[in-house]
Design a protein around this ligand. Structure first.
Ligand code: ARG
Length: 510
């Protein structure tokens, strides 16, 4: 009520009220500081150090809130100007210069009061640290997620560049880590690009739900002040208002969703890293020195350490998701102090993965794919067996019979230690079918099926490894990465526009 009266009476009364209450200020603040920061549990309670991450976010949230309070006639323009100027000063001094406090919200408020006097305390009208911290986390997470998406889009473009160059580079494909069927480096890479496409889409979807405004929810039960929640949303670039005030202060499901998406992404990257580690150990890929490391004792070693660390960091993301879910699961509505420990799990997860994206893509983009060695490896372990069975089946032999014939050929080859050929197949086929193999397929067709490059070219079903099918996949992937890049840019523009809007609104008072 007193704030409303002050606003009604204008700036003269604002100054008068400042003079009246100036005296009481020091005691009041002192009491407050004692109550919140004293005692043996002082550092246990404090999140001030961790809160460095949301220092900038808190300043933006404070500014938007003060502008809105002023526009709504809840705080006078002169007081607003002083508070906003103090916030600039606090920003310039940096997080390290904040006074002691339970958290960044309280420390910034104290710093404002130190500069402005007791009217600085009007900044905290019609809000609570509960809606404030929720807004700060969303605000900061938003830029972290955009940064991650930007790197992901860049990484996918790099993978697509490599894929475009390697559509004809035959390599062995594995199941159970056993040679299975020949494929190409491009087809293998596109399998990861597709996964990264979904990982990106999940983050873009999560972004929409992160980017909602909890401010105005106050502790959880709203406020009697006539706040304009749309206006703070607009000033902070939030796309909507987190409606129910209890949900708005309490929920961290946007953290769960984001951290899940991050953990899924980490898993994709880890699998890619593992593939490259295995390939490097077989000499199927030559990493650039920038992405390798050597041994301190074994001079001949060139180890894929960067990729092992990509694989290792996945553990941080998975741990983050587990830590977050465990933190949240027992919490009743509406606010509990456990929440102070929730954000860190998400930050750890996102930090551990953000760098991995670039390192994994960089390792792949700069690697050398030894085509001859890969083609030779693609014949190992009778990896063309399925293609031969398919050939027989296409000539009218039931697939199960074809499978039986080729399996017998594989057994004989393994026993005799020699490469698959027409004659071995012919002998076994005649045995099983009772007719010469030539009645079904000729030598030339069998030899084509035994050739890994031709075997790949035959598998031109949609999504398959044949160069034509891969060209289709490449063109779709290029479109999708472009549309993701557009969504990213729209979000970045939304954030930048809001920063300008807030700045302009602030300048009206300072
Ligand atoms: N530092 C606290 C956090 O991160 C801010 C909210 C404190 N709210 C409270 N009701 N104690 O959650």
């Amino acid at each position: 009520m007193s704030e409303e009266r002050e606003a009604d009476h204008g700036e003269a009364s604002e100054r008068a009220s400042e003079a009246d209450h100036g005296e009481a200020l020091d005691d009041e603040t002192a009491v407050r500081r004692d109550r919140f920061s004293g005692g043996p549990a002082r550092s246990f309670l404090s999140s001030l150090a961790d809160d460095e991450r949301i220092f900038g976010a808190d300043l933006a949230v404070d500014r938007a809130h003060v502008v809105m309070l002023t526009e709504q006639g809840i705080v006078g323009a002169e007081t607003a100007g002083e508070i906003l100027a103090a916030l600039d000063d606090i920003e310039n001094a940096g997080h390290g210069a904040l006074p002691d406090g339970e958290d960044v919200h309280e420390a910034i408020e104290s710093a404002v009061i130190d500069r402005v006097g007791s009217d600085g305390g009007k900044m905290h009208t019609a809000r609570s640290r509960n809606d404030e911290v929720a807004a700060c986390i969303r605000y900061r997470l938003r830029s972290d997620v955009l940064e991650l998406i930007e790197r992901l889009v860049g990484a996918r473009e790099q993978l697509l560049d490599v894929a475009r160059e390697q559509t004809e580079t035959v390599m062995p494909g594995y199941t159970h880590l056993q040679p299975a069927q020949p494929t190409t480096v491009a087809h293998w890479l596109l399998s990861y690009e597709q996964a990264l496409q979904r990982d990106t889409a999940r983050l873009l979807d999560a972004y929409v739900r992160i980017n909602q405004n909890p401010l105005g929810a106050a502790a959880f039960a709203g406020t009697p002040f006539d706040v304009d929640r749309e206006r703070t949303a607009e000033l902070l670039g939030f796309e909507g208002v987190a409606e129910n005030s209890m949900d708005a202060s309490a929920t961290r499901d946007f953290l769960v969703e984001t951290t899940s998406a991050v953990a899924a992404l980490a898993t994709t990257l880890s699998q890619l890293a593992e593939d490259v580690v295995v390939m490097a150990s077989k000499g199927h890929v030559e990493l650039d020195n920038d992405y390798a490391s050597t041994s301190s004792i074994m001079p001949q070693k060139k180890n894929p350490d960067t990729l092992e660390l990509v694989r290792g960091r996945t553990g941080d993301a998975t741990a983050g998701l587990n830590g977050l879910l465990t933190n949240l699961k027992g919490q009743p509505r509406a606010y509990n102090r456990d929440l102070q420990r929730a954000g860190r799990h998400a930050w750890d997860a996102i930090d551990s993965v953000t760098d991995s994206v670039e390192v994994a893509a960089g390792a792949v983009a700069t690697a050398d794919w030894p085509a001859e060695r890969l083609a030779a490896a693609a014949t190992e372990g009778f990896a063309t067996a399925t293609g031969v069975a398919d050939l027989l089946a296409m000539a009218g032999v039931p697939f199960r019979t074809a499978h039986e014939i080729v399996a017998e050929v594989a057994t004989q080859l393994a026993a005799d230690q020699h490469a698959p050929d027409y004659d071995t197949l012919s002998a076994v086929a005649e045995d099983v079918l009772g007719d010469p193999l030539n009645d079904y397929v000729d030598r030339e067709a069998v030899e084509a099926a035994l050739n890994p490059a031709e075997s790949v070219a035959m598998r031109d079903s949609r999504g398959g490894p044949a160069p034509d099918a891969v060209a289709e996949q490449l063109s779709v992937a290029e479109d999708v990465v472009m549309s993701h890049s557009d969504r990213l840019q729209a979000a970045q523009t939304g954030v930048a526009d809001a920063q300008d809007r807030l700045q302009t609104a602030v300048e009206a008072y300072v």
